[in-house]
Design a protein around this ligand. Sequence first.
Ligand code: ZN
Length: 471
Amino acid sequence: MADQQGDRTRVDLLLAGGWLLTMNPRREVYRHGAVAVLGSKIVDVGQASDLLGRYDPGRLVDTSQMVVTPGLVNGHRHLLCCPKGAMPEGGQTLQALRDFIYPCFATLNEDQMHAYALHATAEMIRFGTTTFEEPGCNHLEAVLDALASSGIRCRTGPWTWDQRGSAGATDLPDWLRTDADQALERLRKGIETVRAFNSPLISDAVTIEGVGTCSDELTLGAAKLAEEADSLFVLHKATSEREVAMELEVFGERPLQHMHSIGALNDHVLLNHMTSLDDFEVGLVADSGARISQNPSSALKLAKGTTQTGKWPELVAASVPLALGTDAENVSNHQDICRSMQLAALLPRDARRDANAVTAEQAVEMATIGGATALRLDAVTGSLEAGKEADLTCFDTNDFDWRPLHNPVTNLVYGTTGHSVHTVVVAGEILLDAKRLTRVDEQALREEIEKIDLEILTAIGIDPKPAWPVL
Ligand SMILES: [Zn+2]
């Protein structure tokens, strides 16, 4: 409880001084703003001069040289990792999955999974992410333990498929091969496991893989389970023209259209990628209330055709909740939502030859309140408002990328990267302080991941080398 110290109210943390983007319903921006935090919650947002006079903080963070935003949201980030930068170049989605990514996943033991989860969350926090969606991991208990150690906010569930989808099971590993009933049981157990773990920062998700590897029975069952459990149904969908061609051949319908036809599209669904849509499918998504995470750098690296067949301006215009994601380790090779914002704002402009196709403001919405809404966590996070959880990202503006600084929105979207993140707060706790992680021995973690990477590369028989001669 807040108590009075003289005429000032005691709070745990006060961040005060500089630019502050609230992302509240009026999208108010303070030139000299402040946020007061007590326990895990924001108790006040306003002018720095007012809040400095009103509150007696346990710790005062001077943000006069910073831009403060709601904690960034990553709508799609796998913790099932593979050695970064080691994936053979040139493979498109389905080939890359079968030749490199699935074999890596299949070899991961519990300890390796734990270390990868710690490393990925550390990287996210370093680059300003406070909340993310994990679209299906293995060794869920180890992941939950790593998430709790990291202090980040997350939605997660177990990696699940039945390998009986439109793509067939050819070239898929035996790893986790099952039938629809057993897969649904795995998903139910996943919800139970996450809820029994009982962390206020970790929510459950009903996570299936989805790119042609799941039967209609599993897809529909998972959609119903998420609705009944009031969770979030997460899957990869409409990821490429190749997936569209495959489903047209098997079902006579496009992937999103088919999902709608079988009754699996509703407001508890988060669709990942969605780079290949027809105009009529935008209406199906909007009418169903479904949510989307777009992953622009992943789409570019895997040549998904997002600028050719994406419908991003139409989805924004239809008010579909949109998050930004970075996807898996080797398909973005970074976890920087600032870079995702830049691409989300710029790619549709070139695609449509329209400089207003997606605005800088809309990109910031995707990275904050839009992302939180896509994850069904907007009651908790995504904006700086009294009563919400204290999730904040503070950017250090004392460098060339941020200066001159007249409009923090345009500088944030076009000019900077997550390297300028200085302070990160999740649920009132400072997890990044002066660009250093407070809970993690960064060097020890890096050394451990290098070691695990070599174990995995040896197991799958890949020796990653530059294309040029190494002397
Ligand atoms: Zn993915």
